[in-house]
Structure formats: C-alpha cells, structure tokens
Design a protein around this ligand. Structure first.
Ligand code: F6P
Length: 499
C-alpha cells in the first residue's frame, strides 16, 4: 500500500482523543499537524471558547429569539446553580426530576403508552427507547411504547388497533402545544378513549402533557398535576433531557434516566473545560470545517455499527440541519458554509445500500463511523458476529481512505475519503447520553465557527402557513378561486386531487 499522510505514524498518534471513555480517532481525516494548528487558531479567532462559556452561563446566545440555550442545565446532575437572568433554574429542574420519579413509582398495570409528538418532541425519546431496548439484561417494565408523530393516520390506526384503552396512558409532548400534527393526533386518541367507553375520570387520569405552554395544555383538558413543564430556553431538538424524555424513565426506571443525563453531563463538563486541542466536539467540528474548505463537501454520513442506534441518524438530521441549515449568519449576512446534508443508518446494512456512492461516487462524503466495543447481546454467537461487525467498520474506513488503483476505471477507488471513528466502550444509557451530548456540542461549535445561530428555525414556518389555504381549497374548491397565495402549479395539483 502506498505511503500517504494517512499512514504517517506521528499523525496516527496525534489523532486519538478520549473523553468520558469515548474514543475519537481522526487519523483518516488526513489533516496534517500544521493544518490542525491553523484550524485551532481559526477556532480561537472565532472566539469559540468565549461562546462555549457564554452558552453554559445562560447568556442569550440565541440572538434572534433573545434567549439562552440552556439544555445543559437539564442534565446538570451536580445541581450547582445555573443562573438565567439572575435566577437559578435548577430548583425548577430538580422539581421535575422529583415528579418524574414519583410518576415512575405510581404507574402500575399500564400496558401501553402512546407518546404523541413530532420533531424534537419525538426523535430523542424514540431513539432512546429503541436503543436501550437492545441493551442486554436492561430492566424494563415491558410496556408497549407507541410513538405517534405523523398526521398520516396510518400510524394512528396501527397503534389504536394494538393498544388497550383501559390500561393506556397518553403523553402529549409539544413545546408550543400548537403543532397541528400533535394536537390533532391527541384529539383522535381522546376520541378513541371515549369511543371505548372510558369515563371522564379515566380519560383525565390517562392524559399527560409535557410542554412549555401550560395554559394551552390545560385548555386542552389536561389536569395540572399531569402537566410536566419545560421552558422556552430549551430548543425542541435539545429537549430529550427534560420531561420530554419521560418514556425513558417510565420504561427503564428513573435510575436509567439519571444515567442518560449523567453521560450527557459528563460530556458537557468535558466540552466546557477541555482545551480546544483535546475537545472532542470541537475537534469533530473543525474536521468537518476542514473538509468543507478543502474538498467542498456538501454531505456527510453517520453510520453506527449498532442496530440499537438505527434511529440516531434521524435524530442527528434534525439536530444538525434544523440548527445549522441557514444561509445567513448571526448578523444577517450570507454565510460561507453551513450544515451539510446529513444522512445515515446502521452498518453493516448501510454497506449494502449507498456505500457504492461513498466509495466511487463523484462527490466526497465524509463519514462518522460509530462503533461499540461490547456486543449488544448475550447470544452464544455474539462475540463472533460482533468481530465481523467491527471488522466491516474498520475495513470500510480503510478502503475509503486509501482507495484502490486498477487498470479498469470501473475498479478504481479514488480514496482520500475522510472519516472519523468514534468508539463507545458499550452502549447503555450513560454512553447514549454522552454520544448525543457530543453531537449537540459539536452542532453548537459548528454554529459558532460558521457564525450561525444554531438555536432558531425560522425556515420551517413558511410551508406551515401556506398549508392552511391549501387545506381549505382541498376541502372546498371555491377557496381556490378566492386565494391568490396559491400558484398555478399548486392550483392544478389541488384540482387533480379534487377530481
Ligand atoms: O416544525 C419544526 C418544529 O418547530 C421543531 O423545531 C420542533 O421540534 C417540532 O416542530 C415540534 O414542535 P413542538 O414541540 O412545539 O410541537
């Protein structure tokens, strides 16, 4: 194999960093020591250290909405005060922890939980419930956990077919409590309870809400004692650490939920205190920035070699693309770089799908390979299978890095395709928390480096506004004539649907 900077031994030694027992190996990023120096100087020039300090200190870093991004306080198990505009937020947070624990102890005889929420009110708890279900020997209450997000009634129908109305609890999760998908699905589920002869009292006992809009949740008919608050300084996509993560505690116990928070808190302490040169989220952010600058990359993939993390790329898509998918900076000026497109799914399945493009496509797509040292089952085959899983992960990274020469152009692998390896010692609630916080802090670092506000999402509103007149025109064609917000193409499509 030809010698390249990728094989330089000095490079290999300098490329491994560990935090919270999570190892990051950037050897296949092909970034020289001099280039790393430049990247860290750029980070300092961009005042990244000040930004990190401001974020943890509750400064209003979300400029457009004039509020802080304090999701780190939600996992601050040290309980040390976190001041927001002169007030400590920790008493309110610990009160919610107390209430979650009490609810865990109270729920008996519950067969089904329907968690209704979308976007940030869905991905985090869904990912955690799914991931932890794969942990060998995890203590679980074995309730059927149903996640209802889409307004499409397909999922609603499937869930209501399976759930037992008299022993089902419903958690309506919406920061705003105005999201149409969530409120309409919640009404449909309440109607299902009524249709199944549940009394008013039973329905009131079955309904729970997690929200930052308590008055609207109450107006919906949810008892105050069943409402778990979170706050406007927690972005939806950063909210799994709040009572949005209630299903984790209910299914796996409060201690497991605490472990999830503890892993994230440990990663926060690392992010807050480690020098930039040893700081995992910062190193990952800078590597991505380098590939944007040098290779012009427009997409990257996250490939966990663990079925348990199959939902992780979906969670990450919202985190990265809703946070940093912006074309103007914090001052409203055009940006040079913003979030690449993010995609991924569990390996080795992914190898049998889109890896052809990753190896030989005309665009370079960097990859985060995520591996877990310990097998995820107690099966007698576990060790042998896991060895094959890991060898696939390592082999793909090497093939992408070095490529292959051949006479037949069809058989040429160009190589020089960068990747990270992230290695978790095992997958449990603690390391899942650490992994998610690592990526949250990486997204915040990238926002700071690109000078983007990572904590608003103005771009998701426009389509919602346009959907309203279209819905009216689909119901009654006369609205089509009256409404000039609908263009000719969409009008023709409405007519097509109305025939
Ligand atoms: O439409 C996007 C969005 O606002 C996300 O940012 C958010 O996670 C999701 O909708 C759900 O919002 P809510 O929790 O307010 O229902």
């Amino acid at each position: 194999m030809s010698s390249s900077p990728l094989q330089n031994s000095e490079n290999i030694a300098a490329s491994t960093h560990t935090a919270v027992d999570v190892v990051l190996d950037t050897a296949y990023q092909n970034i020289s020591a001099a280039q790393w120096d430049k990247l860290f100087s750029f980070a300092r020039k961009s005042k990244l250290e000040g930004f990190i300090a401001d974020m943890f200190a509750g400064k209003h870093i979300n400029l457009s909405e004039d509020r802080p991004a304090l999701h780190s306080a939600l996992r601050n198990l040290s309980k040390l005060p976190v001041m927001l505009d002169g007030q400590d937020v920790m008493p309110a947070i610990t009160d919610v922890w107390r209430r979650i624990e009490a609810l865990c102890n109270k729920w008996v005889g519950v067969t089904d939980v329907i968690h209704i929420g979308i976007g940030g009110s869905d991905f985090g708890p869904r990912l955690a419930i799914e991931a932890l279900a794969h942990v060998p020997g995890i203590e679980s209450r074995g309730m059927r956990m149903h996640f209802l997000a889409n307004i499409d009634t397909a999922e609603l129908a499937r869930i209501l077919d399976r759930a037992q109305p008299n022993s089902t609890r419903i958690i309506i999760v919406s920061k705003s409590f105005t999201t149409l998908e969530t409120t309409m699905n919640a009404k449909a589920v309440v109607n299902w309870l009524k249709d199944n002869d549940c009394t008013k009292g039973q329905i009131a006992n079955s309904l729970f809400a997690v929200t930052a809009n308590i008055p609207t949740a109450k107006a919906f008919g949810i008892e105050e004692d069943n409402i778990f608050p979170f706050w406007d300084w927690v972005g939806g996509r950063y909210s799994v650490w709040s009572a949005v993560g209630l299903p984790i505690a209910l299914q796996y116990g409060f201690k497991t939920f605490e472990q999830f928070l503890a892993g994230a808190h440990a990663m926060d302490l690392h992010f807050k205190n480690a020098p930039l040169e040893q700081n995992l989220p910062v190193i990952m952010a800078l590597a991505l920035l380098h590939q944007q600058e040098t290779l012009g990359i427009k997409a990257y993939a996250a490939i966990p070699y663990a079925d348990a993390l199959d939902w992780f790329p979906k969670w990450l898509q919202q985190l990265d693309m809703e946070s940093n998918g912006k074309s103007v900076d914090r001052q409203g000026k055009p940006v040079k770089h913003s979030s690449p497109v993010v995609f991924g799914s569990a390996g080795s399945n992914a190898q049998h799908s889109y890896f052809q493009l990753l190896h030989q496509g005309s665009d370079v797509v960097p990859i985060d390979f995520i591996a877990v040292r310990k097998p995820m089952s107690d099966r007698p085959e576990a060790i042998a299978h896991h060895r094959i899983l890991l060898s696939n992960c390592l082999a793909q990274a090497q093939a992408l890095a070095h490529g292959k020469k051949a006479d037949n152009p069809n058989d040429v692998y160009p190589g020089n395709r960068p990747s990270n390896l992230l290695l978790l010692p095992e997958l449990n609630a603690f390391y899942l928390g650490a992994l998610l916080a690592l990526y949250e802090n990486r997204a915040a670092s990238l926002g700071a480096l690109w000078n983007i506000n990572s904590f608003d999402q103005p771009g998701v509103e426009f389509g919602k506004v346009l959907a309203k007149p279209i819905e009216k025109a689909l119901l009654d064609a006369s609205h089509l004539e009256a409404n000039n917000n609908i263009d000719a193409v969409t009008a023709a499509r409405i007519n097509l649907l109305n025939t």
